[in-house]
Design a protein. Sequence first.
Length: 170
Amino acid sequence: MNLNDINQGIVTHKKLKRVGRGIGSGHGKTAGRGSKGQYASAGARFPRFFFEGGQMPLFRRMPKRGFSHGSWDKYFLVVNIGDIDVQFEDGAVVDQETLKKVGLANGPADGVRILGEGEITKKITVRVHHVTKSAAEKIVAAGGTVEIIPPAPKPVRNKMKPKTPKKAKA
């Protein structure tokens, strides 16, 4: 093989198929579109992959049931008390940023949830979104404090002003 042979047979600029140029071209008269039918005219759009020839499409035939939790579900990073005891010193403040620095709460989340798995011996301040009852009891028993970050306020659904009653004409 030579360098001259590498691009042999590869066409970078393929010539356009010139249609409607007379009977001798092989693509004259109907220009390869056949006679009559939906796609013979100029304004016709060629079918997409989901087009079923005018039949009711599958995604419209399927029943729509159920709902999605996506609009209100929250994703919390879970951390055990025993892991916090190993990673943090006495008197430390434990929040989402410090947990991320030590590698206990990585990734995107709506908050941090502390579970009561394990034991704690150090006096720490925990400032997170949720703490289980057993974890809170263990932290307080060790001399620490628990601060719960309140959730964001719920959005106001109806922003329209209430209608005022119409005044009677005198």
